[in-house]
Design a protein around this ligand. Structure first.
Ligand code: BG6
Length: 304
């Protein structure tokens, strides 16, 4: 459901030469954000960043050619927002994986040009009858997407109720790479992780992360930045973060890719997820009135 018509959105929030609302894939409402340093596309569906490309570079975010753009469904690629739980619901697997806000249509709350010239779009969503059935807590969630030659995505959760609640989540970022064989992820050496493809065994990362098979790892107690080095494209993607003590690395590889309808069979060769998360032991407890911001800052440039 659209908050309002495209015309009304543009009247209220468009910024000349910088930000325009349009009908995007599947008729979903998107904002196209342009800046001399880079451009991004954000869908109101899910508060989802679909694309980011610094000027003159390849796309930084990966989007599946089989992604579905349907009301009520998740979108494969870009930056899905997982909240208020990460992966399966802790006690009820019948509830939607990765929470419910990635399939909710968010509301535009602001669009502005900041003092440094970057363009920022803010969207929000809050509890309503359907969410209270899935998760019985009043909340307010805001996402701020700031575009320049870098992409800054900040997700702020606020407890608007009268009881504390626990939440987890992720900026489930999919990155575009030339090939896993060309790619190393730096920043996780010596970090302990839970290996989801090996019965959640706890392991220690030995050196950089390389992807040569199904990979689904929850790196624990890690607040540092990661760098994806891609020797195929001579490109590095830097992912700095705040408000997160978990980094998740995911590539479904052959069998899982083939099993997913919204993921091309060979596309595992072109992506890796490095997710800025609060997950598993890293749960955020919010007292009434309290807020927490999970933020990722993504930049890319040449490797030298
Ligand atoms: C990752 C999880 O974050 O997301 C994986 O660690 C999961 O276990 C993947 O398979 C994709 O999830 P979904 O619900 O978007 O298919």
């Amino acid at each position: 459901m659209n908050q309002t018509t495209l015309e009304e959105l543009n009247q209220k929030f468009a910024i000349r030469d910088r930000l325009l609302f349009k009908a995007g894939p599947g008729g979903l409402t998107i904002a196209e954000i342009r800046h001399p340093g880079g451009e991004a596309t954000v869908a109101l569906h899910g508060g989802h960043v679909l694309a980011f490309r610094p000027h003159g570079q390849q796309p930084v975010l990966w989007l599946s050619r089989q992604a579905r753009f349907e009301t009520g469904g998740p979108i494969r690629g870009g930056i899905p927002v997982c909240w208020p739980w990460f992966a399966d619901h802790p006690s009820d697997k019948a509830k939607p994986a990765h929470g419910f806000v990635r399939t909710t249509v968010w509301t535009v709350s602001a669009a502005e040009t900041l003092a440094d010239g970057s363009t920022r779009l803010k969207l929000s969503t809050a509890d309503r009858e359907e969410t209270m059935k899935l998760w019985p807590h009043p909340f307010q969630l805001a996402i701020a997407v700031t575009v320049s030659d870098a992409l800054r995505v900040g997700l702020t959760a606020t407890n608007t109720g009268s009881e504390p609640f626990d939440c987890s989540g992720a900026l489930h970022s999919y990155f575009n790479i030339s090939a896993p064989a060309n790619t190393r992820i730096k920043g996780l050496a010596e970090v302990a992780y839970l290996d989801k493809v090996d019965r959640m065994r706890r392991k220690l990362q030995d050196g950089d992360v390389s992807i040569d098979g199904e990979t689904d790892r929850i790196y624990l107690d890690t607040t540092g930045a990661c760098v994806i080095e891609d020797i195929g494209w001579q490109r590095r993607i830097d992912i700095a973060k705040t408000g997160s003590r978990t980094t998740v690395v995911w590539n479904p590889w052959v069998d899982k890719a083939a099993a997913m309808k919204d993921f091309g069979d060979d596309e595992y060769q072109t992506m890796v997820c490095v997710e800025t998360a609060n997950a598993h032991p890293d749960v955020v407890r919010l007292a009434p009135g309290e807020s927490h911001t999970l933020e990722a800052v993504i930049r890319s440039g040449s490797m030298d």
